[in-house]
Design a protein around this ligand. Structure first.
Ligand code: PEP
Ligand code: MN
Length: 334
């Protein structure tokens, strides 16, 4: 739409799209509003829209994904989570344990996360474990602890939904729905998250190509939820010195295609405590919008992912370091 287009003009275009039997996606930007069209099986005649009042141009997006692209929305999306944001001009830090294990554990860690100035607290109540005999999370009790942490510290809660009923629960107790690597192509879960009122943190699958990952985000957007943050968390390669291979090149690769914010998970991306801080620094240096970090007050007793958890002291030090790097990198990264 033209920069001066009125809300009524946007409404007329959106209604026209719907009357043709397609879905309209209204995405306001700081200068212009873009309106995406999905649901068409073949090209649509641009003349149907070109002459409607307020329309600036009609662009055909000839890529497999439509709504996530810079073609549709040339300016970066800022995902807002209450009064916090990811993709704005502050480095977003999401930190906390892999799993919520007890009220005492979660509060001890949350206290340090709050002290560091981070705005987001992570912690799984439902854990996707490789073995059915491993700790599966505290379930709804874990979510209640997370909600109490939000209340006590004002931190925004990021927690994983393993399945569709899990999305209902995160909507009730949390602020942001995490979709894990193993679920990146769980299409019914993606569709449900697309109908959710909360923003989504979409992790890259263990063996997902860039296109598969972006198309997973497109699934969520196609249902009307445009608040998505992508997370590179490492992929499977032949390397044996790390749990996964953190694909730092994914950051500039995503940037070139999509307006969505993208963050780095150096915890799952390396699996090793001593590698987390170096790769966190690197992630910020390549232009990530934020970091998601596993922290534990007693990593040696952690019920999951203890080997990759930072201690509270290491975490604090890491935050200082990445903030200084971000100050240098933010003005030059695109
Ligand atoms: C997690 O964040 O604890 C997690 C299970 O991540 P991923 O889905 O990336 O393995
Ligand atoms: Mn974990």
């Amino acid at each position: 739409m033209k920069s001066g287009a009125s809300e009524a003009q946007v409404e007329v275009v959106a209604r026209t799209i719907q009357e043709l039997g397609f879905q309209s996606h209204v995405m306001p930007g700081s200068v212009r509003t873009a309106i995406g069209i999905t649901g068409n099986q073949s090209p649509i005649d641009p003349s149907r829209f070109e002459n409607l009042p307020g329309v600036a141009e009609v662009i055909r997006v000839s890529k497999p994904y439509k709504l996530i692209t810079l073609d549709l929305r040339p300016e970066k999306t800022i995902v807002r989570v209450g009064d916090a944001a990811i993709g704005g001009d502050e480095l977003a830090i999401i930190a906390g344990p892999c799993a919520i294990e007890s009220r005492a554990q979660a509060f001890a860690i949350a206290e340090a996360v709050r002290r560091s100035g981070a705005r987001f607290f992570r912690g799984g109540a439902y854990k996707p474990r490789t073995s059915p005999y491993a700790f599966q999370g505290l379930g709804e009790e874990g979510l209640r602890i997370l909600a109490d942490i939000r209340e006590a510290y004002g931190l925004k809660i990021v927690t994983e939904a393993l399945d569709e009923p899990g999305v209902d629960l995160v909507e009730r107790y949390g602020d942001m729905i995490q979709i894990g690597a193993r679920n990146m192509q769980n299409f019914s879960l993606l569709r449900r998250a697309g109908k959710a009122k909360l923003p989504v943190l979409l992790k890259r699958g263990l063996s997902a190509t860039l296109d598969e990952w972006l198309l997973a985000a497109e699934y969520i957007m196609a249902e009307g939820n445009y608040q998505i943050v992508l997370c590179e968390r490492g992929i499977r390669t032949f390397a044996q010195h790390t749990r996964n291979t953190l694909d730092l090149a994914a950051i500039p690769a995503v940037r070139r295609i999509s307006h969505l914010p993208v963050i780095i998970d150096p915890s799952h991306g390396t699996g090793k405590n001593f590698m987390v801080t170096p790769l966190a620094r690197a992630g910020v240096a390549v232009g990530a919008d934020g970091l998601i970090i596993e922290v534990h007050d007693q990593p040696e007793h952690a019920l999951s992912d203890g080997a990759q958890a930072l201690t509270l002291d290491q975490y604090e030090q890491m935050v200082d370091e990445v903030r200084s790097i971000y100050e240098v990198i933010a003005p030059v990264s695109v």
